[in-house]
Ligand binder design. Structure first.
Ligand SMILES: [Zn+2]
Length: 339
């Protein structure tokens, strides 16, 4: 990993922050120990319509006319008319028919064609490529791997690092902002961390001055609106995360990272103590290039300090699904679980 040097060290700020960190880390340790022996909470199962069982009539009912034409009849919207060809929000573009996350804003580029262009899909296996010889052309059609909906085509004239251009109909996509502006206050920023059990992370970040709110939830998986039960089984791909809304004038992202490293073991792959599974993976979901750079630099520094490989994933933020209400402020509401 590239080690970005520069203005990383801020001795005065760190010293100021250290007392707060000590309190947070101590609390996290206690909470972690409490949770390690504890069981999982109850959960309801979120039912989702199986795309394979959708009939043509069902699709007609659930999709708009334009979505139906594009996604079920492989029509192409007219260029420069869709809602996303000139769209520059930060977030995720999901399949308009089934909600699977397909593309991310960090991999979108202005292709000049009048359709949204992406140089990579959000994850492997999200789309299926099919040979398409319609209209006397040899093209590669791209469909959603989950519902089979037509999305567009992929060409080999995109930008590096992949050289691919996924040319997608706006009508086949539904955009979700990565992090809705917290309480509308533009000074606040968002950070999202996966450090094993989210109750512990929540409690640790909650103690920091400058942290306005911490919500626990799920990020980075393939299922829309996952439930705790689904995530716990470990097959949705989501990580348990704490989403932190903070005032960067009072607590820096580096300081949040400092707590993040302290409250978990970033050297064990998909495992935190007794908790095993990808849902407990160590991950920083970044909301800006600046956060990405700082997280990478911080991870390199942490690895050097530990003398061990840090397995923490550093990935672009995706849709944050808040966990069920009974998970929020778990320890505050369940003091019996505290030692
Ligand atoms: Zn789909």
């Amino acid at each position: 990993m590239k080690n970005e040097s520069g203005n990383y060290g801020r001795p005065a700020g760190l010293r100021r922050g250290r007392r707060r960190f000590a309190a947070a880390v101590l609390a996290a340790g206690i909470l972690y120990a409490a949770r390690a022996g504890g069981g999982a909470g109850p959960a309801g199962e979120g039912a989702m319509q199986d795309p394979d069982r959708m009939t043509d009539a069902d699709w007609k009912k659930t999709l708009t006319e334009e979505q139906y034409d594009v996604m079920r009849c492989s029509a192409t919207e007219r260029p420069f008319t869709g809602k996303y060809w000139n769209h520059h929000g930060t977030g995720v573009y999901a399949c308009a028919a089934c909600g699977q996350e397909l593309f991310r804003s960090s991999e979108k580029f202005d292709s000049g064609t009048g359709w949204p262009g992406f140089w990579r899909t959000a994850a492997a296996g999200r789309v299926i490529e099919k040979a398409d010889t319609s209209h006397g052309m040899r093209r590669v059609e791209v469909v959603c791997s989950r519902c089979g909906g037509h999305l567009g085509h992929v060409f080999e004239d995109g930008p590096q690092p992949t050289g691919m251009r996924y040319c997608i109909n706006s009508a086949a996509l539904e955009f979700s902002p990565a992090a809705p502006p917290a309480s509308g206050d533009p000074r606040l920023e968002t950070a999202t961390f996966g450090a094993g059990c989210f109750w512990c992370s929540e409690a640790a970040f909650d103690l920091l001055e400058g942290v306005r709110e911490v919500k626990v939830g799920y990020m980075g998986g393939t299922v829309e609106k996952p439930t705790y039960k689904q995530v716990s089984r470990g097959d949705t791909g989501h990580a348990e995360v704490a989403q932190v809304t903070y005032d960067p004038a009072r607590v820096s992202f580096d300081e949040l990272l400092h707590v993040f490293w302290k409250i978990h073991d970033p050297t064990t792959l998909n495992r935190q103590g007794a908790d095993v599974g990808t849902q407990y993976r160590s991950v920083v979901f970044y909301h800006s290039d600046e956060q990405k750079r700082r997280a990478e630099a911080s991870a390199a520094k942490e690895a050097a300090k530990l003398g061990k490989k840090v397995v923490t994933q550093i990935a672009p933020a995706a849709v944050f699904y808040p966990a069920e209400d009974y998970h929020q402020e778990y320890f505050k509401n369940n003091p019996a679980f505290l030692p």
